[in-house]
Design a protein around this ligand. Structure first.
Ligand code: THU
Length: 133
């Protein structure tokens, strides 16, 4: 039997997301977003949205997060939170749930306005790497 993992400090994770949100580049929507996640090796990573004058190519905060995940050594996402410009917990958009699925799988735990949820609950019957064989 393995020892229980240390409890997750959701307050610290949310603060990291708020800090990232404070550096978002969102001049077109006026809707800054910040995200933070824990990696299975204990790292904490973050991201913020980065918009573009060509509106459709703006990057969600989760894009920055998964890039930082890869750039700092990879691994699996275990816990995730997302905040809006007021610092309130926000659900990730549908496309970003798919981004999270790639690196966290169905068991990734998300903080939502309605409490903690697994990604499997937020993105049921997900298409993923398992479908490609
Ligand atoms: N946004 C994110 O960064 N992540 C989400 O999960 C929801 C939406 C951004 C995209 C855009 O820059 C702004 O929020 C308004 O949609």
């Amino acid at each position: 039997m393995t020892a229980d993992a240390a409890p997750v400090d959701w307050d610290a994770l949310r603060e990291a997301a708020r800090d990232a949100m404070s550096r978002a580049y969102a001049p077109y929507s006026g809707y800054p977003v910040g995200v933070a996640a824990l990696v299975d090796d204990g790292r904490m990573i973050t991201g913020c949205n980065v918009e573009n004058a060509s509106y459709g190519i703006g990057l969600c905060a989760e894009c920055g997060l998964v890039s930082q995940l890869a750039a700092t050594g990879g691994g699996r996402l275990t816990h995730f939170t997302c905040v809006d410009g007021a610092g309130a917990v926000l659900v990730p958009c549908g496309r970003c749930r798919q981004l999270l699925y790639e690196f966290g799988g169905p068991g990734l735990v998300l903080e939502t306005p309605e409490g903690l949820r697994t990604l499997d609950e937020m993105l049921p019957q997900a298409f993923g790497p398992q479908n490609l064989g």
